[in-house]
Write a protein that binds this ligand. Structure first.
Ligand code: SAM
Length: 279
């Protein structure tokens, strides 16, 4: 399946188009095409899938996804300087790469892609969490995507896969694990990027489950965990006092102790509490 493309090396592309990295756009580029192909492989067999890529930059991961056989890619990049480099890739893979010069927060991918759809990205750190939360919190499930293969700062990746009782456990873990299988599939040191960021990174693979693990209303659960972890050191009866007037009754109805703290409560407990409050 994999074939090396005939395009110039990424360092030459960056030099030709003068793509000096901009911190304000979260630009830390991956220039090793073996590495980008390895990241693309974490997304599984893409030959029958359309792929949404956010922030392709000079196109390292885009080339990895195409060389791994992606049926079609929609690449959304805010930085207009990257367009010529991306158009060169599109010309090498006719009909397989659509490029939008725009803000990923404002693009409707369903106007451009056909299911099944997978999302793969080395996300800009400044909008990474916001995009993830959007993808994880539609009211209807399953979502428009089958899986997310996403590069994050290591610390964010650990929050996504965290278990109860750990410092990293919080809203992201609950939203991710409620309706997805979530695991870290690769770790990358700062030197893998140009320029190197201050911290290590990791690729998280989130695969949408067909059904949530436990029943709950998405909006209630999302607001509930936001409130509970906003004051994570407080007992739940205090942290959630403003959330529902009779919160102690709901905690007991959900099988929880009012004196418990949010970081001790497993996913199942939050879902039971969301059901009681919604009812
Ligand atoms: N995918 C490339 C790679 O792996 O080398 C670049 C990754 S870099 C971490 C993040 C990319 O997201 C940059 O190219 C940046 O310009 C782009 N970006 C930043 N904010 C964006 C936004 N709101 N919408 C779309 N792209 C954005």
């Amino acid at each position: 399946m994999s074939r090396i493309d005939d395009l110039p090396p990424l360092r030459a592309v960056i030099a030709e188009h003068q793509l000096s990295a901009r911190k304000s756009l979260g630009q830390n580029f991956l220039l090793d095409l073996n590495l980008t192909a390895k990241i693309a492989r974490q997304a599984g067999d893409l030959s029958a899938c359309d792929v949404l890529e956010i922030g392709p930059g000079p196109g390292g991961l885009t080339r990895g996804l195409l060389s791994e056989g992606a049926r079609k890619i929609l690449a959304v990049e805010k930085d207009a300087r990257c367009m010529p480099a991306l158009e060169q890739i599109a010309a090498a893979y006719p009909g397989q790469l659509e490029i939008i010069n725009g803000d990923a927060l404002e693009v409707d991918p369903l106007a451009h892609l056909n299911p099944p759809i997978r999302i793969a990205a080395n996300l800009p750190y400044n909008i990474g969490t916001e995009l993830l939360v959007r993808w994880l919190t539609p009211n209807d499930w399953p979502p428009f995507w089958q899986s997310l293969t996403l590069m994050f700062q290591r610390e964010v990746a650990e929050r996504i896969v965290a278990q109860p009782g750990s410092k990293a456990y919080g809203r992201l873990a609950i939203l991710a694990q409620w309706r997805c299988e979530a695991r870290i599939v690769m770790s990358l040191p700062p030197e893998a990027f140009t320029p190197p960021p201050k911290v290590s990174s990791a690729v998280v693979l989130l695969t949408a489950l067909t059904e949530p693990r436990f029943p709950a209303d998405a909006e209630t659960l999302s607001k509930l965990v936001a409130a509970a972890f906003n004051q994570r050191r407080k007992m739940l009866r205090a942290a959630l006092k403003g959330f529902a007037p009779d919160i102690e009754d709901h905690l007991i109805a959900a099988g929880l102790k009012p004196t418990d703290r949010a970081e001790q409560i497993p996913l199942e407990g939050f879902c039971a509490l969301a059901r009681s409050i919604k009812a």
